[in-house]
Design a protein. Structure first.
Length: 351
């Protein structure tokens, strides 16, 4: 007897858990269109207990899926900035198992938790010259193992089946490299920047190959704090004012409010621009003769105003990312850049 198995018509659900919200994206099997996308804000917390947060995340995922057209239970989760150690390092040029031993030995002296509790991965970037010696540039990634167990427990509580756990920088790069697929794009060096609610994620890559990763402690909450201090408002009111103003078209904004907000957040944006400039400088010095050609800005805080601000300070062509532009009808609402990590997770090959 021959059994005919129906070909699955959908991919896994990408689950991006941020500091303020969860975002879910699912594509069809061949990644040609978006089947569903949803965002749900996390309930506020009175404490920082990890188990309490896990419960709020699971509830937000359940709420985001309820009444929507997500299919199946397979999901790809991510390790976020608060739980991921990222650092570019240089190690001697050795091969095979010896290379892994060298990287792990280097990691042991750098990661902020005990070696036997660390899950360590690495990405080989390129050979670089250090003085008269050629060494191997490596991106070191490490996570505390209890974090992984908590992610698995959260998935189970949310009635999902975790088929993979990825890291935010990889997901972001996968999302955009899927769009920039021409041979010319694959040879270009680009910096992808996700400005989120709490942190900014930076990835510099050649095509789909990562060469540099870093987290910057600048995000939406820092902008909200700056507005609250400058205008002497409560934090929640300042956040609502800044978001409402930013989501309106330029010709519909109150000029006085817009000017006050701009004055408030200028020091924070200057700090972000300076941090990104240092990332570019590190890349330029490390990978000589390989100039950066574009900056793509994504994340929930990305907008044309921020693109213009950074373009005037980085001396590199900047553009606003549109993670879902190749997949048919995008989700409704503003800030399309917020979907880049969730989309990259949903694009991961599994099985």
């Amino acid at each position: 007897m021959v059994r005919w198995l129906a070909k699955r018509r959908y991919g896994p659900i990408g689950v991006d858990v941020g500091s303020r919200s969860v975002k879910l994206v699912q594509f069809d099997a061949d990644h040609s269109r978006v089947l569903e996308a949803a965002r749900w804000d996390l309930a506020p917390a009175d404490n920082t207990d990890p188990d309490d947060r896990a419960g709020r995340v699971a509830e937000a995922i359940r709420q985001a899926r309820e009444g929507r057209n997500f299919r199946g239970r397979d999901a790809v989760f991510s390790i976020g900035s608060q739980n991921l150690f990222v650092q570019n390092i240089r190690v001697p040029q050795v091969t095979g198992e010896e290379f892994s031993r060298v990287v792990c030995a280097e990691a042991a002296g750098r990661v902020p938790f005990a070696g036997d509790e660390a899950e360590v991965r690495y990405i080989e970037a390129a050979n670089v010259r250090q003085g008269d010696v050629v060494r191997r540039e490596v991106i070191l990634l490490a996570c505390h193992r209890p974090v992984l167990q908590r992610i698995l427990a959260t998935a189970e509580s949310a009635a999902l089946k975790p088929v993979a756990i990825d890291v935010e920088p990889n997901a972001m790069l996968r999302c955009y490299s899927k769009q920039f697929r021409r041979d010319e794009d694959q040879q270009q060096r680009a910096m992808f920047v996700n400005v989120g609610a709490s942190t900014t994620t930076v990835v510099i890559a050649r095509g789909s190959h990562a060469m540099f990763m870093k987290y910057i402690d600048v995000g939406g909450r820092h902008l909200d704090d700056a507005v609250a201090r400058h205008l002497k408002m409560k934090h929640g009111e300042a956040a609502a004012l800044r978001r409402h103003n930013g989501d309106r078209r330029a010709d519909q904004r109150d000029p006085e409010i817009a000017r006050s907000i701009t004055e408030s957040i200028r020091p924070v944006l200057d700090r972000l621009a300076n941090e990104l400039s240092m990332c570019i400088r590190y890349y330029s010095v490390t990978f000589r003769g390989q100039p950066l050609e574009r900056v793509v800005l994504g994340g929930g805080e990305a907008g044309e105003t921020l693109v213009e601000w950074l373009a005037s300070r980085l001396d590199v062509s900047c553009e606003l990312g549109d993670p879902l532009r190749s997949y048919g009808k995008p989700p409704q609402g503003h800030r399309i850049g917020q979907w880049d990590v969730a989309a990259g997770l949903a694009l991961r090959k599994v099985g």
